[in-house]
Design a protein around this ligand. Structure first.
Ligand code: GUN
Length: 294
């Protein structure tokens, strides 16, 4: 079997076309949806994610308020900026790019963002609502993965999904979303992580493997069954002297060998990444609609 490639760029482009129309409808009502973006420090990967998010906003007609702060920015100053954005009616969503520098207390920062503007879905209020199955902003990467599966016609209901990785951004929320009693859920979920003994024992049982470990070659062909669906969340830079920038991006999955065994697989880049940004735009538009009670 050779897997069908799930084209995240194309699915994201379709969704962005829909969102562009939504943004235009809001504009007719005199509202420009706005996203406040905060990046602290000079981490190159974070810089490129934030730039991609701002470009995507521009493309669909969302106003973005770009704030790139020095690595030495204090907790107090960062909270003051968030509070200003909480009170600013032009801002419907606030995005603080993670990870933050070590001297900043991430939990406190996430708590400072108004839950009504928490378009990342990281505030404990939104996490709690999500776990309880109530309407909330859903975290962008897990939500994007579910959209990729649904829009590729892959059944989530009844599937055994094995997630490799237990981060607050991907593994933990995704596991919760997939067990919800809903057409986008109803899966049986196993969460594996760095302390899992015999990872392959679990991944071989999976109908759907979601690799979010942050390490290249975490999933190899011998670890999956024939016909598996593989979603690769990894974005790893590996040195590559043949590239102008000196590195290339690879996922957590050994793409070529796994592709030969799977029924569907996402590439890196061009799989999950474009969907994460799209779901951020989606949440921002939803927030703007709520602000004018549409
Ligand atoms: N860092 C890695 N992924 C994300 C994300 O989805 N949102 C934010 N704010 N930071 C991240």
């Amino acid at each position: 079997m050779t897997a069908k490639i799930i084209d995240g760029k194309q699915i994201a482009a379709q969704m962005r076309a829909e969102l562009k129309q939504e943004a235009a409808k809001l504009k007719q009502k005199g509202i420009t949806a706005g996203l406040g973006v905060i990046l602290v420090g000079e981490d190159p990967a974070s810089q490129s994610y934030v730039t991609a998010k701002e470009r995507a906003c521009e493309e669909i007609g969302i106003y973005s308020d770009d704030n790139r702060l020095a690595a030495e920015t204090t907790q107090k100053d960062l909270i003051a900026l968030i509070e200003k954005m909480n009170a600013d009616s032009k801002i419907n969503g606030i995005l603080v790019q993670l990870p933050l520098p070590k001297h900043i207390n991430e939990s406190e920062i996430l708590l400072a963002i108004s839950p009504e503007k928490d378009v990342d879905g990281f505030h404990p209020v939104n996490i709690g609502k999500m776990v309880a199955g109530q309407k909330a902003f859903l975290p962008c990467t897990p939500h994007g993965i579910i959209q990729l599966l649904m829009r590729s016609g892959i059944a989530i209901e009844g599937a055994h999904v094995v997630i490799v990785g237990r981060s607050n951004i991907v593994g933990k929320p995704l596991a919760n979303m997939l067990i919800q009693k809903a057409p986008t859920g109803n899966a049986t979920v196993t969460v594996c992580h760095t302390r899992t003994k015999d990872l392959a024992k679990y991944t071989r049982q999976a109908d759907i493997v979601i690799a979010a470990a942050g390490r290249p070659n975490t999933i190899t062909a011998d670890m999956v069954k024939d016909g598996v669906v593989v979603i690769d969340v990894g974005v790893n830079r590996v040195d590559d002297a043949t590239k102008k920038r000196g590195y290339r991006l690879v996922g957590d999955v050994d793409f070529e060998s796994v592709k030969a065994k799977a029924s569907f697989i996402t590439p890196v880049p061009g799989g999950v990444g474009p969907m994460t940004i799209t779901m951020l735009l989606y949440n921002t538009i939803e927030s703007a609609k709520k602000a004018i009670k549409l």
